[in-house]
Design a protein around this ligand. Structure first.
Ligand code: FAD
Ligand code: FES
Length: 352
């Protein structure tokens, strides 16, 4: 069994080749891909909640997508990704429909600041709150707690559409028998007749009915942005500490949300020179947003400042950057910036 590495020992990320060893059907839209790291040292250490970026060449197009690692770093040494594929999902449809055991994938991991670091002797009461495939990183946390401190006080709250969409239902039932302080709640927004459990969208009433001490718990939350905003409001309304609420976004996050009305002022523009291309940015958009608006391609893996794929070197000009660990301190000192997490404060020259 591998050890869970303290944050200070989790180096990375690194580029690895992974072999698909199994594909499991979870629900009608979700599959779990089981991967083996082919490096002689096995899977890289990671912290529950972290993610990996896959680079896929599909029909002549290179796509980079980030997925949470759903398995535990204390488990079998295999890496599991639990992936929902929308009908029009380019990368996820390929992973569902074409990937087969025996095929290999290029991956970069571990990534991200969403992570459960805990002292096995004194785990705080936790709430792991998810909607849809947002359960993936939380399952890594729960599987790790089950192995390291099965007496942890954990409230698992999952929102899904119908019974057939509930993720990890069987495993949660099994975990409940080995984790005496694990309480599992599922709320369905569109239950079929015969469902006697919680129904409706996430609300203060729903959460307080099943987790009355919600405000006293450290919360890890993952799902659509509107779901996470609502859960955060409920936690804060009950007087919880802001620091006790952690979220993971599956969709790109704007690192510079509009703080003031004039932040959206599109009249302020700067010119960006990248190689032989020139484009313009507005005051409150990232360099990646501006580039894609003007059909300038910058490779992108997460659009959230985690994976480092959009790394560029600043040659001149002033840039403000807010990333989530996608660059090392040494890279920043060498003048590298992440296009998805940076905005121009003057005209800027960049290079790949
Ligand atoms: C840190 C991180 C962790 C992630 N972990 C997981 C995970 O564990 N499981 C998982 O299934 N996905 C996860 N994602 C999302 C994943 O990276 C892809 O964005 C998503 O699966 C769609 O990829 P695609 O190429 O199939 O879709 P695309 O071809 O890029 O898009 C297809 C359609 O889906 C919409 N879409 C794209 N992404 C999302 C999204 N996140 N939510 C809703 N609609 C979307 C697009 O607007 C478009 O209409 C994670 C993303 C991040 C940043
Ligand atoms: S795209 Fe991942 S850090 Fe920018």
């Amino acid at each position: 069994m591998q050890g869970i590495a303290p944050a200070s020992f989790v180096e990375g990320p690194a580029d690895r080749t992974l072999e698909c060893v199994e594909i499991r059907i979870e629900t009608r839209t979700v599959k779990t891909i089981v991967l083996r790291d082919l490096d002689a040292s096995g899977a890289m250490p990671f912290i529950p909640g972290q993610s990996m970026m896959l680079t896929l060449d599909i029909a002549g197009e290179r796509l980079q997508r980030t997925f949470s690692i759903a398995s535990s770093p204390l488990g079998s040494g295999m890496l599991e990704l639990t992936i929902k594929a929308p009908d029009d999902g380019r990368a996820t449809r390929w992973l569902h429909d074409t990937l087969r055991p025996g095929m290999t994938l290029d991956a970069r991991y571990p990534l991200g600041q969403f992570r459960l670091e805990f002292d096995a002797q004194r785990v705080k009461p936790l709430a792991l709150v998810s909607a849809g495939s947002g359960a993936s990183p939380l399952m890594s946390m729960l599987r790790t707690l089950a192995l390291r401190c099965p007496h942890a006080d954990v409230a698992w709250f999952h929102a899904a559409r119908g019974t057939e969409d509930i993720l990890f239902a069987r495993e949660l039932a099994i975990l409940q028998s080995s984790m005496p302080n694990l309480q599992v709640s599922v709320a369905l927004s569109a239950p079929a007749a015969g469902w006697f459990g919680l129904r409706g969208r996430v609300s203060r009433r729903l959460i307080s009915a099943v987790v009355p001490d919600f405000n006293l718990r450290e919360v890890y939350c993952c799902g659509p942005a509107s779901f996470m905003d609502e859960v955060r409001r409920i936690h804060a309304a009950d007087g919880a500490r802001h620091a006790g609420f952690h979220v993971e976004h599956f969709a790109p996050v704007d690192p510079f949300p509009s703080e003031a009305p004039d932040a959206m002022d599109n009249s302020v523009t700067h010119h960006i020179k990248l190689g032989d291309k020139t484009f313009r940015t507005h005051a409150n958009e990232t360099i990646l947003m501006a580039a894609s608006r003007q059909n300038v391609v910058i490779p992108c893996g997460c659009a959230s400042g985690m994976c480092g794929t959009c790394k560029l070197r600043r040659v001149s000009g002033v840039i403000e950057m807010r990333h989530q660990g996608g660059l090392s301190g040494a890279e920043e000192a060498q003048g590298f910036v992440l296009a998805c997490s940076s905005r121009a404060m003057s005209d800027v020259t960049l290079e790949f």
